[in-house]
Design a binder for this molecule. Structure first.
Ligand code: AHR
Length: 347
């Protein structure tokens, strides 16, 4: 424990020196904005040698969901809770994440938390973290590596199960509407290609899709989890496929973009609409669309993961064992239950 304290002091000192000489890099962006909760002053942090230093590589700020996920992390890793957070926003690029992780390693942080943009390509940098003896926690999306000793644990959402839930909802809804045997044409706005959120939701939905010969996916486009890409791709889809029965958007931001386009084209959505809409995330905006009947179902992806990660780090600090995988709780929202939850939804 003594050595660790010395190490923390060294990191904090090097951060201050870096800030003073105005170097660019992941630690400094965090240092000057996200890392500075209003209640804590810059002058106070170097004096506490006991703070646990956590380097966080966040995907970006592509969606309302991501904003909330970042907030959850910030609230968990405060100095009051015994942490010093070094935050990096990767702007949706894996190469930025790899740079950030290398910078965390050279600063000798105590823990590294990564929300990976995409699943593949992590072996080398995680091998470097392992050699440096820094535990890595994977947050939100998952990585794909042969050697699972490269990370300590994963805290996130079961994205394959989310896809299965979407498929099951469609199956039940078509049956209720007496449309089980009709030809059902589907278009899909996928999230960032190669991310576990995109792959998991696609794989999960496909598991149900494959059991229905009358379901037909017309096209799947990469909407990158953003409103603007959702809009752009929806415009393109409509030019090629002016008629379809179901729109699946792999997050609420893309749904919001797509709904705007459909409305402009005079296409109605949701309950009694021309097109059924399946969305993911269950943000306040998404749930409002469910309540207004323009999105049929919103499969929750829970961004509130900060506290769980903090608890895991506290366990590791206490020398306790942790599981290899933790999933946060998630629900499915439709017009039947959204009223119970929407008022308390903060994001
Ligand atoms: O990985 C979680 C996904 O990433 C959320 O569905 C999406 O909104 C975010 O950008």
């Amino acid at each position: 424990m003594k050595i660790k304290r010395f190490k923390k002091k060294t990191i904090l000192t090097s951060l201050i020196i870096a800030a003073a000489v105005g170097l660019s890099g992941c630690s400094l962006g965090a240092f000057s904005d996200i890392n500075q909760p209003a209640s804590e002053t810059k002058e106070s942090f170097p004096q506490d040698e006991n703070l646990i230093v956590v380097g966080i590589s966040q995907v970006g700020s592509e969606s309302a969901w991501r904003f909330e996920n970042t907030q959850s992390i910030q609230q968990a890793f405060t100095q009051k809770n015994g942490f010093f957070m070094v935050f990096d926003n990767a702007r949706q690029r894996q190469e930025n994440q790899i740079k950030a992780v290398r910078s965390f390693i050279s600063q000798r942080v105590d823990y590294i938390v990564i929300a990976p943009v995409i699943e593949d390509g992590w072996e080398t940098v995680l091998g470097e973290a392992k050699s440096a003896g820094i535990p890595v926690i994977i947050m939100d999306r998952m990585i794909s590596v042969q050697d699972d000793s490269l990370y300590t644990t994963h805290v996130g959402t079961d994205q394959k199960e989310e896809g299965v839930r979407a498929g099951r909802w469609l199956e039940d809804e078509l049956e209720k509407d007496g449309r089980s045997d009709e030809q059902i044409n589907i278009v899909v706005l996928q999230g960032t290609r190669g991310s576990s959120a995109q792959r998991g939701r696609s794989i999960g939905f496909d598991m149900i899709y494959e059991t229905h010969d009358n379901w037909n996916v017309l096209t799947q486009r990469d909407g990158d989890f953003t409103i603007s890409k959702g809009k752009e791709e929806m415009e393109k889809i409509l030019r090629e496929f002016p008629e379809f029965d179901v729109l699946i958007c792999q997050n609420d931001d893309m749904s919001i973009g797509a709904l705007e386009v459909l409305k402009e084209h005079g296409i109605t959505t949701g309950i009694n609409g021309d097109v059924m809409v399946i969305s993911f995330d269950a943000t306040k905006d998404g749930l409002t669309c469910v309540q207004n009947g323009i999105i049929n179902v919103d499969v929750e992806c829970n961004p509130l993961q900060g506290e769980a990660i903090r608890e895991i780090i506290n366990k590791l600090e206490a020398g306790e064992q942790v599981e290899k995988e933790y999933f946060v709780d998630e629900k499915v929202f439709t017009i039947d239950n959204v009223g119970e939850y929407i008022d308390s939804r903060a994001y």
